[in-house]
Design a binder for this molecule. Structure first.
Ligand SMILES: Nc1ncnc2c1ncn2[C@@H]1O[C@H](COP(=O)(O)OP(=O)(O)O)[C@@H](O)[C@H]1O
Ligand SMILES: [Mg+2]
Length: 328
């Protein structure tokens, strides 16, 4: 095993663009920016939440961490940058759980075979030891050992997601990315899966990047939270501090948000006037909607540590906001 880094995940200045397919055949294709200079660090064994509304770039960041898409900047998992050469070692370190358990599972493969697959792929164990580990894993994720020989179609949505979580944990990864892992489930089933993440995290050593559009869900599970808007992190800090004293106007709208309603409705529900300015390239990402925007906001603010600005820095606590005039 290689040395263990203090920080399991280090994302530095990651930007991602894709070529806009909307452009006509003869017109110059335009690049659209999905991630805008994202930097964050996840400590060993921590549960870190990434939250923001649909389309803001959360899954794109998850894919970049998994080595699935190209990006500018640097991402290190346990000190390692993804490359074809270290692909094996890298995937042993980081595993993922996605929104839709049914499409993650092979319909013809038994639950035991699904769980054993990652071990097989990495050449770990014997048929017997793999089977034993699969049955142990079933119990860890709250399923009876008798499920081993069943097929995905015999299971409910929540049970299937338990299998996906088990499969992700079979090779003892150090980082698990959960991308909207409870979002497709009924509220009560989703809550059970959240509790399962919590329980397993208490019993095993891994860090988690937990991605969701729902700030309440993220707050329930996570130690620290980053709020993303239009590909930028606009606020980041300890869960308590961020949830109970949100300082970015956008975070405040997210807190009052019901996911289904339009952004404009969210703003008005929160008592904000409908504000529609032109957005400014390289200005604050929230400029065009923010009720408090001033001339200064045409320039992009940095992600700034508010605690040290206000109280001379309190060790061990963190709360950063990308806003010239944070709400307090
Ligand atoms: N290759 C691509 N082609 C076209 N659009 C893309 C591509 N990759 C990402 N996008 C767009 O980037 C934005 C961010 O997507 P995504 O990361 O999936 O957001 P989230 O997970 O926060 O809902 C979306 O508007 C999506 O349509
Ligand atoms: Mg997504």
């Amino acid at each position: 095993m290689n040395n263990k880094c203090e920080e399991i995940l280090e994302i530095s200045h990651v930007t991602n663009r894709y070529r806009d397919s909307g452009a006509g055949f003869f017109s110059k294709s335009k690049m659209t920016r999905v991630l805008n200079d994202v930097s964050l660090t996840i400590h060993r064994d921590e549960i870190f939440g990434l939250v923001g509304e649909s389309g803001c770039g959360k899954s794109t960041l998850g894919k970049a961490v998994l080595g699935l898409i190209p990006f500018e900047g640097q991402i290190r998992v346990n000190g390692m940058e993804y490359s074809r050469k270290n692909r094996n070692e890298f995937t042993r370190c980081v595993q993922a759980v996605f929104q839709d358990p049914l499409s993650s599972l092979n319909p013809r493969r038994t639950i035991a075979a699904t769980l054993e697959e990652p071990l097989l792929a990495h050449g770990i164990g014997t048929p017997q030891s793999r089977r034993e580990k699969a049955v142990e894993m079933l119990e860890l994720v709250g399923l009876d050992g008798s499920y081993a020989d069943r097929l995905p179609r015999d299971l409910s949505g929540g049970q299937r997601q338990r299998v996906c979580i088990g499969a992700a944990l079979m090779i003892d990864p150090e980082l698990v990315i959960a991308d909207e892992a409870t979002s497709a489930l009924d509220v009560s089933v989703g809550a059970q899966i959240l509790n399962l993440f919590q329980e397993i995290h208490d019993r095993k050593d891994f860090a988690m990047l937990f991605i969701s559009h729902n700030l309440n869900v993220v707050y329930y599970l996570c130690d620290r939270i980053a709020v993303m808007y239009r590909g930028s992190i606009v606020e980041m800090g300890d869960a308590e501090s961020l949830y109970n004293s949100p300082m970015h106007p956008y975070t405040r709208t997210l807190l009052s948000a019901i996911p289904e309603i339009e952004e404009g409705d969210i703003l008005s529900r929160y008592g904000y006037e409908e504000t529609r300015r032109e957005s400014v390239e390289d200005g604050c990402d929230f400029y065009h909607r923010c009720p408090f925007a001033t001339e200064q906001c045409r320039k992009r603010p940095d992600l700034t540590d508010v605690l040290s600005r206000e109280s001379g820095g309190q060790k061990g606590r963190e709360h950063l906001v990308r806003c010239w005039n944070p709400v307090s």
